[in-house]
Design a protein around this ligand. Structure first.
Ligand code: ATP
Ligand code: MG
Length: 266
């Protein structure tokens, strides 16, 4: 479904600066339809840069990007309304996802107006369906973003992305700004929907345990390069690279932190 070949991204300093930074170097991977592929790495390793390139938000310095066999870097494919619908990105911070001036209803409806031709009733039905799927109810539509919690906003972001019927969802640390117990709920929900709807997901996280729970395949990233790729079990249970072992050893299992958090709340 998604094929990325030899992707590199060099950031230039400022207009007058000669400094450059290689954020991503010669990275290749592919994701099969219905799979969840994880990119794991420490802060600054280049994960978001890859996500933004795949989402069409950033131009790569070199490399190729194919979606369903179509070359996305040719003929302005990334700018087409069709691409914008088919590839959806969910960001780390739920703030700013929904326009603060608008009630949720408007933020949920507007993309439907752009990408589908539905009447009011059909739109409403669609929005309500996805709201329910992510565990929210129609009453949330009448609220403003500031009246909702981070977890609720992230659910809405997910519902809105799903309502676009995308081929690919890029989830960039979708739960790391949330409380650990809410994290677990949202991840479980994402996993359920992924299975049910056969969603293809590029899942970006610094947490190997989360990736292990969510993804069938994963790549471990360090300084702009993939140092290890494979099935989640292989990478996690039998890491080959010293760096991967170090990452595993340095992290708390999600269950452990959730348990700890729950205990603190007693
Ligand atoms: N617009 C930009 N201009 C210049 N440098 C950038 C820009 N965006 C990112 N970088 C640099 O590129 C490198 C990779 O950044 P990126 O955001 O892809 O990392 P990341 O793995 O997503 O990190 P995090 O886990 O903190 O989100 C970093 O060194 C970062 O400082
Ligand atoms: Mg990032």
């Amino acid at each position: 479904m998604l094929q990325v070949n030899d992707l590199s991204k060099v950031y230039k300093g400022g207009v007058f600066s000669k400094t450059t930074l290689k954020a991503v170097e010669n990275t290749s991977f592919h994701i099969k339809k219905g799979d969840c592929f994880g990119i794991i790495g420490e802060s600054g390793s280049g994960k978001t840069t890859i996500g933004k390139i795949v989402a069409g938000l950033l131009k790569p310095t070199t490399g190729e990007l194919y979606i369903n066999g179509r070359n996305m870097l040719k003929n302005n494919e990334l700018k087409t309304s069709d691409f914008r619908r088919r590839v959806q990105m969910i960001f780390q911070e739920p703030d700013g996802v929904m326009d603060p001036r608008w009630k949720i209803e408007r933020s949920m409806m507007e993309p439907l107006d752009i990408h589908f031709s539905l009447n009011q009733k059909e739109k409403m039905r669609k929005v309500n369906y996805w709201l329910e799927t992510v565990g929210l109810s129609p009453e949330h539509l009448d609220r403003y973003p500031f009246e909702l919690s981070g977890g609720q906003l992230q659910r809405l972001a997910f519902a809105r992305a799903l309502s676009m019927e995308p081929d690919l969802i890029i989830a960039d640390e979708p739960t790391s700004s949330l409380d650990v117990s809410v994290q677990a709920q949202i991840l479980t929900l994402m996993k359920e929907i992924q299975k049910k709807c056969e969603l293809t997901i590029l899942f970006i996280t610094h947490d190997l345990y989360v990736a292990r729970q969510m993804c069938s395949e994963m790549a471990v990233m360090q300084n702009g390069r993939f140092v290890e790729t494979g099935s989640s079990e292989m990478v996690f249970d039998h890491p080959q690279e010293k760096y991967t072992k170090m990452l595993i050893d340095s992290q708390l299992p999600l269950d452990f932190s959730v348990r700890k958090k729950l205990k603190q709340g007693e």
